[in-house]
Design a binder for this molecule. Structure first.
Ligand code: NAP
Length: 322
């Protein structure tokens, strides 16, 4: 990417998209092309083709998607598969037609089989059954990777798919119905503190292990990948154009909850509601591929939790108690 390249960040108000914009600006990429959902609905194929034909971005970060936790995936499976398939199909195809040079498609570690060996290497894709709780979402993401690869082969595009670990960070979603594990824990602990409660209830057994990546670190990795020298970037596209982004370390949910309690200075008890689903027992990405290119994350889990909490504090303190 050149410093004066026109770069479209799809989903720039989201957790990932906003962090990518910050990282791009910090590194001197100032020509950002941005549209809110209201300005450009990415499920509208005609509007998306028109937008790309008019604006002609040189590079695209595809961070717009329908995203949610276990409950939202369970309640709205049709929305998750339909909207994600349509958004990514529209953006990838319009990028090809408008001559976009590099495109980074954001997926998720849930594309990998539920019980695959740990840590998860990129080549484990499509080697076993998926975790059922978010299968429609995962299948849409797998279709996106396959679409990048197919366009690369048929049309000589140069599109790459990045699979991040579980993310968290400033601007995270704290909705009790629709949030991921870490913001959900932060909200519960913040509420318990505000109401003087002596305990919080955590979903599941507390034993599943999760790898958590700070959104600012992910954004840096995304910009790093899109900015790789020509020969190195092309090397990533020789087979399935897929690369994991993570920390290479995981914690169990109990340890995670304890870290959140410590960060928020909450001294109450943790109660585990074992009637709620656990999801995949472990999800730890093998990050050898990106580490070999020279990238590693900077933020520790404790620092990341603190930054996420501080950024959300006004919002959390204004929430009505449930
Ligand atoms: N969060 C995670 O833990 C995580 C982990 C791994 C991978 N990822 C991946 O990272 C990407 C971004 O996730 P995120 O966490 O940043 O999600 P997010 O915070 O929900 O942001 C998604 C963005 O996409 C926009 N969007 C959704 N539907 C749209 C549409 N039809 N037209 C235009 N814009 C639309 C949303 O706008 P509105 O809010 O206005 O609808 C929002 O700004 C996703 O592909 C996800 O799979 C996320």
């Amino acid at each position: 990417m050149e410093k004066n390249s026109l770069i479209y960040v799809a989903g720039h108000r989201g957790l990932v998209g906003s962090a990518i914009c910050r990282s791009l600006r910090q590194q001197g990429f100032d020509r950002l092309l941005l549209r809110t959902h209201a300005e450009l609905d990415l499920t509208d194929a005609v509007a998306v083709q028109r937008f790309f034909a008019q604006e002609r971005p040189a590079h695209v970060f595809l961070a717009a998607a329908k995203v949610g936790g276990i409950l939202a995936n369970d309640l709205y499976p049709a929305d998750f598969i339909r909207e994600n398939l349509i958004i990514q199909t529209n953006v990838i195809d319009a990028s090809y037609r408008a001559g976009v040079d590099r495109l980074l498609f954001l997926g998720s570690s849930c594309i990998y089989p539920k019980l695959c060996p740990q840590p998860i290497k990129e080549e484990y894709l499509l080697t076993g059954p998926l975790e059922p709780t978010n299968r429609p979402y995962a299948l849409a993401k797998i279709a996106g990777i396959e679409m990048c690869w197919s366009y690369n082969r048929q049309f000589r595009t140069r599109y790459l798919a990045a699979m991040p670990a579980n993310l968290y960070g400033p601007g995270d979603n704290f909705d009790p119905q629709n949030s991921h594990v870490l913001p959900a824990l932060i909200r519960k602990v913040a509420e318990a503190k505000a109401l003087g409660r002596k305990q919080i209830v955590v979903w599941g057994t507390g034993t599943p292990r999760r790898e958590l990546l700070f959104s600012e670190d992910l954004a840096e990795a995304c910009v790093f990948l899109m900015n790789l020298p020509e020969d190195v970037y092309s090397g990533l596209l020789s087979g399935v154009p897929l690369i994991n982004i993570g920390t290479g370390q995981d914690v169990n949910i109990r340890e995670l909850a304890e870290q959140v309690c410590a960060a928020l200075h909450f001294k109450g008890d943790l109660i585990f509601d074992t009637t709620k689903p656990d999801g995949t027992p472990q999800k730890l990405l093998d990050i050898t591929r990106i580490a070999d290119l020279g990238w590693k994350p900077k933020t520790t889990l404790a620092e990341g939790i603190n930054q996420t909490y501080e950024a959300a504090r006004p919002q959390l303190e204004a929430l009505p108690a449930r």
